[in-house]
Design a binder for this molecule. Sequence first.
Ligand code: MF3
Ligand code: CO
Length: 255
Amino acid sequence: MVVLKSASEIATMREAGRIVARTLAAVADAAVPGASLVELDSLAADLIADLGAKPSFLGYHPSWAPRPYPGVLCLSVNEAVVHGIPTDRVLRDGDVLSIDCGAYIDGYHGDAAVTVGIGGLDPEARRLVETTAAALAAGIESARPGARMGDISHAVQSVARAGGYGLPRGLGGHGIGTKMHEDPSVPNTGRPHRGMVLREGLVIAIEPMLNEGGRDDGRTLSDGWTVVTTDGSRAAHWEHTVAITADGPVVLTTK
Ligand code: MF3
Ligand code: CO
């Protein structure tokens, strides 16, 4: 069931979004060679608590997962696409790190992700990260009342394909509000002018995940959560929570 949000609900979601954005910025700053994933996760836990919110991911247990999610952040390194669990792994120069964060305050969630380079990135990794960010921007730009879901999906897909990248099937964005995952789903592939008509008050997380090797698949590790590329190539992931308003798309996950 798709739930449209009022202006005051969107204002509350803006608060959740601000907390997510501030947390992502602090974690991105701390993500340097020698930092461990658990260290970044506890930094996020502290910051979200200090800002008066609760982490959305910790303890989340969807029916498809074998166990509750054990971290505050999803930290996905190199060939990990999404849902990487924070371990004691230490980051190294040249790693590609996706940082995904959700926070909950006053009954509403915010959800966003960035991908950053640890130290310096090689040109191919930079192109992957920048193209994924561009795919997100194209999706956001299409999120307007009267457009259709397929317009968002097609915008994301066009940027990804032009770069030669893969889009893992079955992974995509989602509605968001009082629950982190609500209807509708927001696929990263689709056809223009198809799918549900977007209406004012719809709030969605748009989240392109691009595979460097160009394959459209992924597999889940035995930890039950981490999705990796099947060819071992790197992946990048960017996400924003976006409200569809009469004035167009409004990104809620900004500082
Ligand atoms: N941004 C991710 C998503 O929307 C975050 C979910 S992580 C989970 O799927 F651990 F909470 F599932
Ligand atoms: Co999400």
